[in-house]
Design a binder for this molecule. Structure first.
Ligand SMILES: [Mg+2]
Length: 220
């Protein structure tokens, strides 16, 4: 059985900045105002890593106790930031149809691999009508210290082989985490990266969005 590993942000959905705003607010409250202006490359990053980067920007000591405090506050602020945003979170084009089709056809095991903390990833998914229970395995951002480690966690959890696995993601980091493990990557340009950038990163296939599922089916 093939294994699909869908990324969340920029791939399944877009929060239009609500997640980033909530994170920065949580960091400023937990650590201090020197977190302001932290320019973190959020795309494809793991949430615990982002916290450490914001802390480093402010010159703060990122203890595990503070990390847990930040994580709790972030989860409580994200709903608020979603509500106050000009645009509501939305599933990316074609995603809801594709997920429905994959669930019916069962041509592959449909899993998730994301840098999100579980509790905030679930909030984002539910907001756009995606049920987290549709995915197995679900690999969250604290399952390993880096993204390639998340892929290894997914493979070992279901006993899948790397060459049967396709990571579906929107950043060069998604491409690299797949390739570092011998898996393939279908890259989608619905996040912050263009088709050209994702091609340059070496993605096996690159699509504008998931409206036309045939490139994915060809890879299967
Ligand atoms: Mg992403």
């Amino acid at each position: 059985m093939k294994l699909l590993l869908f990324d969340i942000d920029g791939t399944l959905l877009r929060t239009h900045g609500a997640g980033v705003r909530a994170m920065l607010r949580a960091a400023e409250t937990t650590l201090g105002e020197r977190c302001k202006g932290a320019e973190i490359n959020f795309g494809g990053s793991l949430d615990p890593w982002i916290f450490r980067q914001i802390a480093a920007h402010g010159g703060y000591d990122a203890s595990e106790a503070l990390h847990q405090q930040f994580r709790r506050l972030y989860a409580s602020l994200i709903e608020e930031e979603i509500e106050r945003g000009e645009k509501r979170p939305e599933a990316t084009p074609g995603v809801l149809t594709l997920l429905a089709r994959l669930r019916v056809e069962q041509v592959a095991q449909v899993g998730m691999l994301t840098g999100n903390y579980a509790e905030t990833g679930v909030i984002k998914l539910r907001r756009v009508g995606i049920d987290p229970d549709w995915f197995s395995p679900t690999i969250w951002g604290d399952a390993a210290p880096d993204r390639p480690g998340l892929v290894r966690a997914a493979l070992s959890q279901v006993g899948a082989l790397a060459h049967d696995t396709i990571v579906i993601g929107d950043t060069p980091r998604d491409v690299h985490c797949a390739h570092e493990n011998g898996a393939r990557c279908l890259a989608v340009a619905t996040g912050g990266h263009s088709v050209a950038e994702l091609r340059a990163a070496g993605a096996d296939r690159v699509v504008e969005d998931l409206v036309d599922p045939s490139p994915l089916y060809e890879m299967l």
